[in-house]
Design a protein around this ligand. Structure first.
Ligand code: C5P
Length: 218
């Protein structure tokens, strides 16, 4: 397949919906750079906590934001973010402390504005799969390729605990859906996929097929 430049596939959905697995699979199948935008919010949350700042103190968080450098790039087709020149490990990004603070920080409009700018910088790559909460509604709202991946609350909770991670996904989803600045919601033109009863390969195939059909029709 050959694509218009830049070609962006937006995959949004709540926590533990399976969107990361699907986004990675689609990126591999279509030779796209894969970007997990949640990692950027997690990285900045790590930096806030590292500096001893209360995530609910928006003024202090914004002051830190204005002193913080971000650098984004790609390695082996996977996007990464460096914060103050540091790449963080999975353990640093995915733990209890980050899970319980990230939504408060992601609700601050100034934080979103800055990270959205970094996320849009990935459009310098010819083909991109980006997953998150607001990719189809805000970050790449013009892309014709948008998917909203969801699963039942029971399945999502089971998937998360199978990963051995403590994560208050309900609280996070509620905060992410209720915030004023670009809340988690399905774009009106996104294709919704309920992954509750589907395996990862099946979901990847649905996305890839629907992009092929969409391209043929264009
Ligand atoms: O995708 P992940 O669960 O790692 O995202 C962590 C948190 O980052 C989300 O709960 C949400 O608060 C925030 N986020 C966001 N917008 C995105 C991606 C993530 O607000 N595009």
């Amino acid at each position: 397949m050959s694509f218009r430049v830049p070609f962006v596939i937006a995959i949004d959905g709540p926590a533990a919906s399976g969107k990361s697995t699907v986004a990675k699979g689609v990126a591999r199948a279509l030779d796209c750079v894969f970007v997990n935008s949640g990692e950027m919010y997690r990285a900045f949350t790590w930096w806030v906590l590292e500096n001893g700042i209360d995530p609910n103190n928006a003024d202090a968080v914004i002051t830190l934001l204005n002193e913080t450098s971000f650098a984004c790039g790609e390695e082996e087709m996977i996007g990464y973010v460096e914060i103050q020149g540091r790449r963080l490990s999975d353990e640093q990004l995915k733990n209890d402390a980050i899970n319980s603070s990230v939504s408060a920080i992601a609700a601050i409009p100034e934080v979103r504005e800055r990270l959205v700018e970094e996320q849009r910088g990935f459009a310098r790559f010819p083909a991109l799969v980006m997953e998150g909460r607001d990719i189809g509604t805000v970050v790449f709202a013009d892309t014709p390729y948008k998917f909203f991946v969801d699963a039942s609350p029971e399945i999502r909770a089971a998937r998360r605990s199978a990963e051995g991670i403590e994560d208050s996904i309900e609280a996070r989803d509620l905060a992410d859906s209720m915030r004023k600045a670009s809340p988690l919601k399905q774009a009106t033109d996104a294709i919704r996929i309920d992954t509750s009863e589907m395996g990862p390969d099946e979901v990847v195939a649905v996305v890839v097929d629907s992009i092929s059909l969409n391209k043929e029709a264009a």
